[in-house]
Design a binder for this molecule. Structure first.
Ligand SMILES: Cc1ncc(COP(=O)(O)O)c(C=O)c1O
Length: 358
């Protein structure tokens, strides 16, 4: 006999990308940052007083909230620090989505969303992107019809790397009566010339919530730190009712605060990664692997049928190069490749050349 709730019994858990401790693996499968965190983060770690750990951490992560409010020019009350961006997603569902409600997401997008809908036991509406990964023309009509309580748009999209403009996001938020969660896990890799900045939307739209993470641009995936940005009225129920009282720990708060306070370092790394992205995309193109333009720290490459995406993924794995293969409709002929250092990217290109042109 199973003691699980019925919807938990029925659902599949999230399958994270492979992790490895092997130092000789080139890891381009989970969109981690190839560079270390800032020296200020390293300093903050060194200066942690282990004796301080006998106390509970700051319940509201005050220093981090202040740092985030300075960075984004918003008030601390418009920020909720979380244990990774993933915790924010879970909190939004717990706080705002009833079991009879619908969550709408695009397909493809972050594969955790359907899992969270399964845990919550609510309805899930997956709206397919066009073949070129743009939004379907009838998206707003579909939204109107399904009337979701929560729409999650990942921007730039994962796994496609496509970016939606802020005026479109504002139009979406105005066209339905639920919440719009803009998952900006990869926003720091957007070309600065595009002047993308959605933060001001939270002042004009009290149904918009923005997710940020320190896992990607700040090279802190192992720390587990993210945050939400929204109108105070959306932040408060999560801050004071639904999150664990100490959802982020003392060490994580100190390091995350140091990371935001040294954001210039992360910004420079992001610029380097974007330059490498364009080089890698061009190099793979010459090998017949094409990828649409990406505003993220990964590209989604189409692999010719004669090579086979799954086969190439397995062959690369044998050579200790990990990339991401999704056994999913519309993605089986593709590989999602995170941008590594230039040396890692070159090793990948060399391996693909050897495997496909012998
Ligand atoms: C689209 C998207 N959103 C959110 C996250 C959550 O990141 P984290 O929990 O590491 O902050 C990820 C992680 O890969 C992601 O790809």
């Amino acid at each position: 006999m199973s003691f699980e709730r019925k919807n938990i019994e029925k659902m599949q858990g999230y399958a994270p990308g492979e992790q490895t401790e092997a130092a000789d693996t080139i890891k381009l499968n989970t969109n981690e940052n190839p560079y270390p965190p800032s020296p200020q983060v390293a300093e903050a770690l060194k200066s942690i007083d282990v004796a301080a750990l006998r106390r509970y951490p700051s319940p509201m992560a005050d220093s981090f909230r202040e740092a985030a409010s300075r960075l984004h020019n918003i008030s601390a009350e418009q920020v909720i620090p979380t244990n990774g961006g993933d915790e924010l997603l879970r909190l939004v569902l717990t706080t705002y989505v009833e079991q009879l409600d619908t969550i709408a997401v695009c397909k493809p997008s972050y594969s955790l969303y359907p899992v969270l809908a399964g845990i919550q036991g609510c309805r899930l509406e997956e709206i397919s992107l066009n073949d070129d990964w743009s939004m379907p023309e009838d998206f707003l009509e579909r939204l109107h019809k399904s009337a979701p309580k929560l729409l999650i748009l990942v921007n730039p999209n994962a796994p496609t790397g496509a970016l939606l403009r802020t005026d479109y996001l504002a139009k979406v938020a105005e066209s339905f009566s639920g919440l719009l969660l803009i998952d900006e896990a990869y926003v720091d890799f957007v070309d600065p010339q595009l002047n993308y900045d959605s933060i001001s939307l939270i002042n004009s739209h009290d149904n918009i919530l923005i997710l940020r993470t320190l896992s990607k641009a700040y090279s802190l995936a192992g720390l587990r730190f993210g945050y939400g940005i929204a109108a105070k009225s959306l932040i408060e129920p999560m801050m004071f009712k639904t999150r664990d009282s100490y959802n982020t720990d003392h060490i994580a708060q100190s390091l995350a605060t140091a990371a935001l306070n040294s954001c210039e370092y992360a910004r420079e790394n992001c610029i380097r990664i974007c330059q490498s992205r364009e080089q890698l995309r061009a190099d793979l193109h010459t090998l017949g692997l094409t990828a649409p333009a990406s505003q993220s720290n990964f590209i989604l490459c189409q692999v010719p049928e004669s090579i086979g995406a799954e086969k190439l993924y397995l062959q690369l794995k044998q050579r200790n190069i990990l990339v991401r293969y999704f056994d999913q409709d519309r993605l089986r002929d593709r590989l999602r490749i995170s941008i590594g250092t230039n040396a890692e990217n070159t090793a990948l290109v060399t391996a693909i050349k050897q495997l496909t042109q012998q």
